[in-house]
Design a protein. Structure first.
Length: 127
């Protein structure tokens, strides 16, 4: 995915681990040098599992056709919605339904998994 100046995130949509291979999250986390890193790990039916190694905040956006599931492995992850924020710690998850305006934040280096459709645009749908 080409990186636009307005989206300074390291986003990789290639499938890192095909079926029947061990998914090595620790190696990717240990090698990560980015403040906002998103790597597709594997595909499961019509969805993908993505790894996020994050620190800082993402921009406000929505996905008109897709739900997103976030699951925290390590750190502290916040999902801001209109009117409230959801504060997640390790082993907690949350679904943001399609069409809901949201922004994600990690006040410290955090490691999360995301499950979403393979066709989702990570930066959100155009307004």
């Amino acid at each position: 995915m080409p990186q636009a100046e307005t989206y300074p995130y390291a986003t990789y949509l290639d499938i890192k681990f095909p079926a029947l291979e061990t998914v090595d999250v620790n190696a990717l986390v240990d090698a990560c040098e980015h403040r906002w890193y998103n790597q597709t790990l594997c595909k499961v039916n019509d969805s993908v599992v993505r790894l996020g190694v994050l620190e800082g905040e993402y921009h406000w956006h929505r996905h008109e056709k897709d739900d997103e599931f976030f699951f925290v492995l390590d750190g502290h992850f916040i999902i801001d919605l209109e009117g409230r924020s959801v504060d997640l710690r390790p082993r907690e998850g949350f679904v943001v339904p399609r069409g809901v305006l949201h922004r994600t934040r990690a006040p410290e280096r955090s490691v999360i998994l995301m499950v979403e459709t393979a066709s989702i645009v990570p930066t959100g749908d155009p307004a």
